[in-house]
Design a protein around this ligand. Structure first.
Ligand SMILES: Cc1ncc(COP(=O)(O)O)c(C=O)c1O
Length: 448
């Protein structure tokens, strides 16, 4: 019997024995190729000694000191490195390091509230977010998340939030609409919502530059985020870019928003930043925001015990070093193009694959019962969990989820392979996914 409170209390998962490059090995010696980095975390595989060595070296110097007393060298160097690489417009921003994506989102929400207060705008309390988004599982982050199913049990405990539709071409773009017109129309929903509820009540808009866990690796239409930036500037609403999943190189650039040609007022990063070697997340505040605080109270009102953890920051610095030294962003771009092509070749005509979307090494298939009508499978068919089980049985991790249509219906499977993935490995991923999908669809038909 296990005393760990597992996700599934009836069926604990197998025990992990070790990581071996891009594979995880269980206690029975079975090997699993990690094609999704768990949940888009392990971007450098599972046994890069350079990161372990950097963490050990820091631990031998100092493991931890509370930030109320000391700063430390790894956090200072990591902050400088990220600020220097941040999209133009961020200026000399500053960074707070915390332990997880949800914690970073909580901190981001509190930060925008603090800045609005420091700027003499106390009525700005509301957050506008997007449907079918995911921003984390703590109550504050869940409150701004647009996944109806995940929210449902906690709804009475969640703070209010206003939602607009996501920029999701497969289900929202008109047949005759150009990509630019579509992007403009979706972004203008923000302008309308701000207008309806009153700009003087809105603290911030939050969005994932490339939507991840709920919708499945959905990049925005061209011009969408430029229009979002304009709307935020015109209305004094701050823009929070949640790059917890899509950032740190996952889509081919260190910051996902770089590719949209705009900056955010607050950017959160997490998963790829620690690459799973240490839990770490970052909240980057632009120079303009930091100035408001410096001129105002001069203090950061939000704090956590493990902020700027020295060993975690040393690990993240080593992750950035490896990405740079091994030229991995170039591989994310080229291998990402190959993965997209191979997915289209394998699944483009598949009767149950409605959409194939992604950017960099961040790709998803959306599964449908009927391609013509785009009708999803019923949630009870449990297709996404079935794909997870089937591919796992075939020795591969991928990341399937339900709810991409309306928070309950809709199945997608997300791939987020390691940044150094080879073409040969991509061929294997596609093959195992084809087999896993066939198994899972057969199981659904069998039960129908
Ligand atoms: C975009 C986004 N934001 C926030 C989070 C929450 O991060 P964590 O699970 O580390 O708390 C996630 C996790 O999947 C995410 O994808």
């Amino acid at each position: 019997m296990s005393f760990v409170l597992h996700r599934d209390l009836r069926k604990p998962p197998p025990q992990l024995a070790r990581g071996d490059g891009n594979y995880l090995v269980d206690a029975a010696g079975r090997r699993y190729f990690d094609a999704s980095g768990g949940a888009a975390v392990s971007c450098l595989g599972h046994s890069d000694d350079r990161i372990g060595a950097a963490i050990s070296a820091q631990l031998s110097q100092a493991a931890f000191a509370h930030t109320g007393f000391f700063s430390n060298d790894p956090s200072e160097r990591l902050a400088e490195r990220l600020v220097e690489a941040a999209p133009e417009g961020t200026g000399h921003g500053r960074i707070m390091f915390v332990g997880s994506g949800s914690e970073a989102m909580e901190a981001a929400l509190k930060l925008v509230r603090q800045v609005q207060l420091e700027r003499g705008q106390p009525s700005r309390t509301r957050i506008v977010s997007r449907r079918l988004s995911y921003h984390g599982n703590t109550l504050g982050a869940l409150a701004v998340g647009g996944h109806a199913g995940r929210r449902a049990p906690y709804e009475p405990m969640l703070a209010g939030c206003d939602f607009i539709d996501p920029c999701h071409a497969y289900r929202y773009r008109g047949a005759a609409e150009s990509e630019r017109d579509f992007g403009r129309r979706m972004a203008d929903q923000l302008a309308r919502t701000i207008d309806e509820i009153g700009a003087e009540t809105v603290a911030a808009f939050v969005a994932e530059p490339v939507a991840g866990a709920t919708l499945g690796s959905q990049p925005a239409a061209e011009g969408y985020f430029q229009r979002i930036r304009e709307i935020c500037d015109d209305t004094g609403v701050l823009f929070i870019a949640d790059e917890v999943m899509c950032g740190t190189g996952r889509t081919g650039t260190l910051f996902a928003l770089e590719q949209e040609g705009v900056h955010a007022d607050v950017t959160t990063m997490a998963k790829g930043l620690g690459a799973g070697y240490q839990p770490i997340a970052a909240v980057l505040a632009s120079e303009a925001l930091c100035e408001s605080i410096e001129r105002g109270s001069g203090t950061l009102w939000n704090g956590h015990t493990y902020m700027s953890h020295a060993a975690a920051c040393a690990g993240a610095l080593a992750v950035l070093d490896v990405i740079e030294e091994d030229g991995l962003l170039a591989n994310v771009q080229s291998a990402g193009r190959y993965l997209g092509e191979e997915l289209r070749a394998a699944f483009g005509q598949h009767p149950n694959v409605g959409d194939i979307r992604g950017r960099g090494l961040f790709w998803s298939l959306e599964l449908v019962r009927d391609r013509e009508s785009k009708a999803p499978f019923a949630p009870e068919d449990a297709l996404a969990p079935g794909i997870k089980t089937a591919t796992f049985r075939r020795g591969m991790l991928c990341y399937p989820s339900q709810g991409c249509v309306d928070g309950r219906r809709g199945d997608h499977v997300l791939l987020a392979p390691p940044y150094a993935v080879t073409h040969g490995e991509i061929d294997m991923i596609v093959e195992r996914l084809e087999d896993g999908l066939t198994d899972a669809l057969e199981a659904v038909q069998h039960h129908a």
